[in-house]
Design a protein around this ligand. Structure first.
Ligand code: ASP
Length: 333
């Protein structure tokens, strides 16, 4: 142990970054075998890390992120909060890229610390040619060790690019630069010289300033997402009505609009006291709360993606089901 270096803890959860393929050209079928490297094995591949941080680590989960659930978010949040209180300087979470943005945003709203928490994954498994697993893990540890990364909220890193958890979104099915920060841009870079450099901050409320807490929780309110499409009707919204859902996110067209039949069905939900948040299937831009939408009782999601609006609504519902109070939370976070 080098006392001058920061203490970084790695929470491994699985994902492509841990995947073992049949051969060096297996970029697509490795997840079917379920074979994985442990976090110990992944760290052995990057001995350079000895000069960056004093590492501790654990294999909390070993799963593809397609199977990560809200219950897992609660377990990860509790573990990370405990470690940060116990004197760890920064946390790295290895995670599948499929739902990395969702776990990241949940933690962004529920971690009670200004220390760096960084999620990373890989698009090419460690067993493959030109894998991005090693450099992404090293980069995440560099960020978690950097004094520059304090107060930035939860971050995601792949391809040397650092994203805020609020904005990160998986944009490409296969490329190593899959993550983008919608139309707002990266926070900064872990660059080729190993420097961690930030150029902007995400100013919406997060982590140590957030009012949301997961303490004592073992589940979250159920919220579903329905997407609009040409000719869409009320079928899926009716299913939500019959279900135990406590809220609905509607991913509408462009500015949050919907086919009239879908909207009528959603209005019934609103009248029944179920909060409905309008988001967009377009990836960038805000949804404006027009006077009409306000009068009808809808909530709008600002510029959050539907999957992140769902997380904010789940947490909001722990506090209130009042429409105006939920609108205020969507402005703040
Ligand atoms: N199937 C993987 C997952 O766990 C994809 C990835 O990690 O890139 O999300």
């Amino acid at each position: 142990m080098n006392k001058k270096l920061p203490k970084v803890h790695i929470i491994a959860t699985g994902g492509t970054i841990s995947g073992i393929g049949a051969n060096r050209l297996d970029y697509t079928q490795y997840s079917d075998t379920g074979n994985r490297y442990t976090i110990e094995q992944l760290i052995e591949r990057i001995p350079e890390v000895k000069n960056v941080a004093n590492l501790t680590y654990e294999n909390l989960l070993a799963t593809g992120s397609t199977n990560i659930t809200p219950k897992d978010w609660l377990v990860i949040a509790e573990r990370a909060n405990t470690l940060l209180q116990d004197g760890i300087d920064g946390i790295v979470i290895t995670h599948g890229t499929a739902t990395l943005e969702e776990t990241a945003y949940f933690l962004h709203l529920t971690i009670k610390s200004n220390k760096p928490v960084v999620l990373t994954g890989a698009m090419r498994p460690p067993s493959s040619m030109s894998t991005d697993a090693d450099i992404n893990l090293l980069d995440a540890i560099r960020i978690a060790s950097s004094g520059n990364a304090q107060n930035m909220g939860v971050m995601g890193v792949l391809n040397n690019q650092i994203h805020s958890a609020r904005e990160i979104i998986k944009m490409n099915t296969l490329r190593v630069d899959t993550f983008q920060s919608n139309d707002l841009g990266f926070l900064g870079f872990v660059d080729s010289d190993g420097q961690v450099i930030f150029y902007r901050n995400s100013i919406k409320t997060h982590t140590y300033m957030s009012e949301f807490s997961t303490q004592g929780l073992d589940q979250l309110p159920r919220v579903d997402i329905v997407v609009a499409y040409s000719g869409g009707d009320g079928l899926l919204i009716d299913a939500v009505k019959k279900n135990e859902s406590q809220g609905l996110i509607l991913a509408g067209f462009g500015s949050g609009t919907l086919p009239t039949v879908m909207k009528d069905s959603a209005l019934e939900l609103v009248k029944g006291g179920i909060p409905v948040v309008l988001a967009s299937r377009s990836i960038m831009g805000r949804i404006v709360l027009t006077e009409k939408l306000r009068d009808e009782g809808f909530i709008t999601c600002d510029n959050l993606s539907p999957q992140k609006a769902r997380i904010l609504l789940m947490l909001s519902l722990l506090q209130t089901s009042d429409t105006q109070k939920i609108r205020d939370l969507f402005e703040k976070y």
